[in-house]
Design a protein around this ligand. Structure first.
Ligand SMILES: [Zn+2]
Ligand SMILES: [Zn+2]
Length: 243
């Protein structure tokens, strides 16, 4: 299996990532990737770009160096109602990853499995969300058996995030559980780098090892095959029509 698209990446616009779009695309092309999603952080993340950055992403060509470029965002989930910081004016983006970043949640509310289950069930109803970002954090554990099938019904892709194996190690056991539940219910996933530097693009040894360990079905890895990815993009986005 070869991952052919990286659908969660950060550029210098996030201000804690270090490459320009051109550098990212160039590296993606060198790494043999067919597509990349630019998903800089939503506005609640300290140092994140403003609304105009996302509104104006339409100026970025859809194809550079032969790589399909998706204009995206990593939205922050900001409360237990599953609201996000995606502004109205960012609705014309191609791609949205929705993630919880612990530091941005209300410190006065203690997350429980019930609260986090409700949160993700609401996010599952958000038509803009394509990817459920790194949801294995133990602090924000949810009822995987209940929520993951709903992600599948709503066309959301559950992310297996290489970065979690490196910087969120406590999430690793839950990432495996999540992948197992995806396998059980036939829910599609994406394997992403969450790169904050271009050399991280297209490199997923830990995620791939874990998926192999649990004998994860290849046909459920949406970015494991170009046709499969295109089929998904055709069904849920306008990217290919507009290209
Ligand atoms: Zn970041
Ligand atoms: Zn990210």
């Amino acid at each position: 299996m070869k991952i052919i698209a990286d659908l969660h990446t950060h550029t210098i616009a996030s201000t804690h990532a270090y490459n320009t779009i051109l550098e990212m695309v160039h590296y993606a092309a060198q790494a043999g990737l067919k597509a990349i999603a630019l998903t800089d952080h939503g506005r609640r993340m300290p140092g994140a770009p403003g609304d105009w950055y996302f509104q104006n992403l339409a100026t970025v060509p859809r194809r550079l160096e032969g790589v399909l470029v998706l204009r995206g965002i990593e939205m922050n989930i900001i409360d237990y109602e599953g609201n996000t910081d995606l502004e109205e004016n960012a609705k014309n983006l191609d791609w949205a990853v929705a993630s919880i970043h612990g530091g941005l949640m209300d410190p006065n509310v203690k997350p429980t499995v019930e609260l986090c289950t409700e949160l993700w069930l609401k996010v599952a109803q958000n038509p803009m969300v394509r990817v459920i970002g790194h949801s294995g954090t133990p602090q924000f554990a949810y009822d995987y058996e209940k929520v993951i099938p709903e992600f599948g019904r709503q066309g959301k892709l559950v992310e297996i995030n290489e970065h979690s194996f490196l910087v969120r190690k406590s999430s690793v056991p839950n990432c495996k559980k999540i992948a197992e539940v995806c396998k059980k219910y036939g829910v599609p996933i994406v394997v992403d780098s969450d790169a904050h530097f271009c050399t991280e693009l297209g490199v997923y040894p830990n995620a791939e090892r874990m998926l192999k360990e649990i004998d994860f079905p290849e046909e459920l890895i949406v970015n494991g095959d170009e046709n499969r990815l295109y089929e998904y993009l055709r069904k849920y986005t306008k990217v290919l029509e507009e290209e």
